[in-house]
Design a protein around this ligand. Sequence first.
Ligand code: HEC
Length: 150
Amino acid sequence: MNKSQSLSVFVMAIISLTSAATLYAETEETIEPLVLQGVMQQLGRDMQAVTGAIATEDWSTVAELSPQIARHAQPPMMEKLRILSWLGSDAGKFREFDGEVHDAATAMEEAAMRGEGQAVVKAFSEVQLSCLGCHQNFREPFTKHFYERR
Ligand code: HEC
């Protein structure tokens, strides 16, 4: 091996070591949860609180909680764009589930304001079905895409 050949072997070795280190650092790096995850956790807590209020027929509490579910917080614009671009042609379907949550939670609020227990429970189950519908269609591929390194 002449001088320039051994230099290039040395350079190649450094490059491969550096890229191995970078790869390792990337796998170790924790992936930040999306803002949407926090929004979802809040929805989960609000739905639990509604369940508790229904159990005691506390319709005024149901009426207070329902708008928080219907008009839940939204992720910042940049994150929305990321999600929409991942959804592609499924964006309409995703939005539809969110619209169903909005409508059912609004119906739940109105029923609670009228003190109509049966209608509250019916609307509650519709809210829950909309949560479930979106989760069954999107949650797994969503978390795969946004949280798993490929
Ligand atoms: C339009 C789609 C959609 C609707 C509607 C929806 N979710 Fe979710 N939900 C998601 C996605 C996507 C995730 C995964 C988010 C993540 O992990 O970043 C998720 C995750 C969650 C989680 C788990 C959060 C965690 O810590 O991992 C909870 C709890 C949750 N949703 C509750 C609800 C409740 C309650 C409703 C109905 C009131 C609801 N969701 C409606 C899409 C939806």
